[in-house]
Design a protein around this ligand. Structure first.
Ligand code: BGC
Length: 348
């Protein structure tokens, strides 16, 4: 593992860049600001290496406003309606930062914190730890959270989340990487083929808050249970494109299940996503608008897509959804794997 200085925060805290490599030439870079994945370099079908995630090559750009490139979103990823929820009879008010709602942990979420890094070279892993204080962004309880990134020789980037608290609190952690498996060879991700192993999704209102219904995807542009390119039906999707939470078929009792597979036809890169989480937010980069440039690319609309494994949006207000509450004495544990390969054929 390589460790280099990446820069300093305005408060003078040093941020480091950690590089993990495996035997097959895959390289993953992570900084301890926001627990951000800054690059993932994988070979294409000709062995040509390319960076498959969006991001920047300097800390200044990560400190400025950007849409969570590569970051860990928390304490609660995704939206909480009006930033309010009631837990054990008490109403809590969170920071509002997305229209009328709370998004991705608030004004200064986990994506904007400096995490403490521990290198675990024997496992080719980097463990990042952060303590979120009682009341931070409105959340109850002192929460100690860790994210461990492991790069295996099976070409898996494994992300293990753990947390404990001293008061009951909602928690929902995800990694918000934007992928473009063409690695600069295509101007958008609309030709990427996608399968999402989900028969249902959480339908949302105009503020992207779930109504509580879980309609079937069958027969609609939301259906990725068989392969479709991102672009083929995107114009039929209400709003700006895909920005929806899918109810994963293969998620059961915290065991890893296959959530999604993506194939990029120009380079034949494939990414499989496995997770213990009950949902995945499929986001087609709808709000990218060309105003950000990183690593030599202009991030135009649909330049990248996200598969954010998570608990369902607004879970603290939706008693029918899988619980996103962590109690004192319990340990929160979730894992997600992004696995990289090449495959000459289209998805079946
Ligand atoms: C949300 C989008 C949002 C994006 C960046 C996604 O998880 O669902 O609506 O624009 O994150 O903040």
């Amino acid at each position: 593992m390589k460790k280099e200085v990446f820069g300093k925060t305005p408060e003078g805290t040093e941020v480091n860049l950690y590089t993990l490599t495996n035997q097959n030439g895959i390289t993953v870079q992570i900084i301890n600001y926001g627990a951000i994945i800054t690059s993932i370099i994988t070979p294409d079908r000709n062995g040509q290496a390319g960076d498959v995630v969006l991001g920047f090559d300097n800390l200044k750009d990560y400190l400025a406003e950007h849409p969570y490139f590569g970051a860990v979103a928390g304490r609660c990823a995704n939206r909480i309606a009006k930033g309010k929820f009631t837990l054990n009879g008490k109403e809590y008010t969170l920071a509002i930062n997305n229209g009328p709602n709370h998004l991705h942990g608030g004004l200064k979420g986990f994506d904007k914190k400096v995490w403490e890094a521990t290198e675990i070279p024997t496992q080719n892993a980097l463990k990042l730890t952060y303590t979120s204080k009682d009341g931070e962004e409105g959340y109850p309880g002192n929460l100690t959270v860790s994210v461990t990134y492991t790069l295996t020789n099976e070409n898996e980037l494994k992300i293990d989340y753990e947390a404990t608290t001293d008061k009951a609190t909602p928690i929902n952690l995800t990694n918000h990487s934007y992928f473009n498996l063409a690695a600069g060879q295509a101007e958008d991700v609309l030709n990427h083929e996608v399968v999402i192993y989900a028969d249902r999704y959480t339908i949302v209102d105009e503020d992207l808050i779930p109504t509580g219904e879980l309609p079937l995807v069958a027969g609609t542009a939301m259906d990725f249970s068989v392969p479709h390119t991102i672009g083929s039906r995107i114009s039929q999707v209400a709003g700006n494109g895909y920005d929806h939470n899918y109810v994963l078929n293969n998620s059961q009792n915290g065991k890893l299940g296959l959530a999604a597979v993506v194939h990029e036809p120009q380079t034949d890169r494939v990414m499989e996503v496995y997770t213990t989480q009950p949902g995945v937010q499929f986001y087609s980069g709808n709000f990218l608008n060309g105003s950000l440039t990183g690593k030599g690319h202009v991030y135009k609309k649909h330049y990248g897509f996200c598969l954010e494994t998570q608990h369902f949006p607004d879970s603290p207000n939706q008693p029918e959804f899988p619980s996103a509450i962590l109690n004192p004495g319990e340990t929160f544990q979730q894992s997600t794997i992004y696995k990289f390969s090449v495959q000459k054929n289209n998805l079946k």
